[in-house]
Write a protein that binds this ligand. Structure first.
Ligand SMILES: Cc1ncc(COP(=O)(O)O)c(C=O)c1O
Length: 168
């Protein structure tokens, strides 16, 4: 593993190298997470946090099956989805087996932002309408199409709000 910096150095380097619009959580006292397992994340001092905020790890952090499958696949091949490969169609089949027959077509994406951007385009195409209802405080992702329909586009965030741990 790379050298572990103390938290102040990490903050200083983040300020230098990471764009300021990518806000850190709890910016008055940011948490430095160094590992995670199951539902828990741990900071550099071994302090344990119940993860109720990070929506990436659907089956828990560092799930051994996911880690094994990811490593095995990366050892073999990592391409985009425009080449033919059995894994892609087999995965689609497995997903479809859990869904109603009509839902038989899959689009594989890399993030929530991509999924929501695609959902928008599908809805526009299907309905022929462009109206959108967005709930206050909703977050749909970081791409331009989603920022355009997001509440924060309509609110001018003050410093206090920007500092409250909100990510955008
Ligand atoms: C409700 C919701 N939608 C969309 C997204 C965007 O997902 P991603 O960060 O994978 O692009 C997030 C991410 O936090 C989210 O919480």
């Amino acid at each position: 593993m790379a050298e572990m910096y103390d938290k102040l150095k990490t903050i200083e380097l983040r300020k230098k190298h990471v764009g300021p619009s990518c806000k850190v959580f709890f910016s008055h006292d940011p948490i430095k997470i160094v590992r995670a397992k199951g539902q828990y994340m741990y900071d550099e001092n071994g302090e344990r946090y119940l993860d109720c905020i990070n929506n990436v790890a659907h089956v828990g952090h560092s799930h051994p099956d996911v880690v094994r499958a990811g490593a095995k696949q990366m050892e073999l091949l990592n391409t985009n989805s425009r080449f033919l490969h059995d894994n892609l169609v087999q995965y689609a089949q497995r997903l479809q087996a859990t869904l109603p027959d009509k839902l038989s077509v899959c689009y594989f994406v890399n993030s929530g932002s991509e999924a929501n951007d695609l959902a928008l385009r599908l809805a526009w195409q299907y309905t022929g309408h462009k109206d959108i209802i967005t709930l206050d405080h909703a977050y749909h992702g970081h791409v331009s199409s989603l920022i355009a329909i997001s509440p924060y586009k309509f609110h001018q965030l003050g410093e206090a709000e920007q500092d409250s741990g909100v990510m955008w």
